[in-house]
Design a protein around this ligand. Sequence first.
Ligand code: UD1
Length: 381
Amino acid sequence: MKRILHVVGARPNFMKIAPIMREMEKYRDEFQQSLVHTGQHYDANMSQIFFDELDMPRPDINLDVGSGTHALQTAQIMQRFEPVLVDYKPDWVFVPGDVNSTIACALVASKLGVKIAHVEAGLRSFDRAMPEEINRLLTDQISDLLLTPSPDADENLLREGIAAGKIRFVGNVMIDTLVRLLPKAQTRWPSLRERYHLDRYILVTLHRPLNVDMPTTLAEIISALIEISQRVPVLFPVHPRTHARISEINLTQNKNRLLLTEPMGYLDFLALQMHAALLVTDSGGIQEEATFLGIPCLTARPNTERPVTITQGTNQLVASNAAALKEAVYSLLSETRYTRCAAPVVPMLWDGHTAERIVNIFRQVGPCDGNTSVQPLQCAS
Ligand code: UD1
């Protein structure tokens, strides 16, 4: 029996761990799974709704860390995760993505000698000003098995000196969730269309510090969205980080065509993506989902750690530049070829079967020796 401890913490983690847990559940005689929620995201519509909609088991442990500075949040997760690891003594810890919960739990596991599987390893924006890039680089360095979503990720890891034997190109596990829930999401569309009076519309999400923490940048982007909304209505579910900043901006010019809403659950947001004329985002996952769905996507960042969404998908970078954003939106709206890709090119192994490949790998590795006495090491004084 292999003991697996999965870690989730922030919104983009849930759709990556859910399919792996579902798949492992099929082999109950081989895996004993537990789930830790760090509590990095804690609002019902940033966390609970995803457990419900993705049919995830309730977490066995919630570390309840909440918000804070990066140092505080990371340190608190580490402090609270260590006794959990000592108690559960897993063979493997699964950490997804690039959020603070990912690096915090990986670091604790590494110091306790517990093996780490990094789900969505190897992605690089090559921009170390992004906290996520630091989280990715460091998590990959200390992971024992690196599960990658695309061949560029393998190349990045090899270039950084990671042994080839630790890397497995398994595909994009988040797409497993999308494929499974697409039909259910589709049933949400009629009521969403009625609720928000939707026909042709643009769907927006923004939460990166680079776009929302500087009042002038955010004000320029919002002003561009208001202008764009005079041509095509804009629907903007607002992330809590953005909400805190946006309330400081005067939205009086808004003539109800820029519609700000609460953050959406998984199913509603997927339905809205499927029917949007185009997406404007700074999220990593939405760039990927847009590529899979064939919906044009403008990414308000100077770079992306997901280059296949540009080389093979529908993504285009516009940085945090309001003028570039407006120009790209108007150009896309006027191009018929971009109104919707009938048969989108989907990157290799983004096929809904990534969790099966991951679990097959773990069915073949033996339980790790020597982890049964997991104990914290005392620092030398
Ligand atoms: C985090 C991740 C980011 C990911 C994003 C998805 C890091 C470094 N960043 O950014 O990579 O794309 O999640 O959403 O881990 N807040 C609430 N309720 C919540 C959660 C957050 O109100 O449930 C507010 C708090 O005021 C908090 C702020 O949002 O200070 C930011 O939350 P935090 O987890 O620090 O980072 P995100 O911006 O969400």
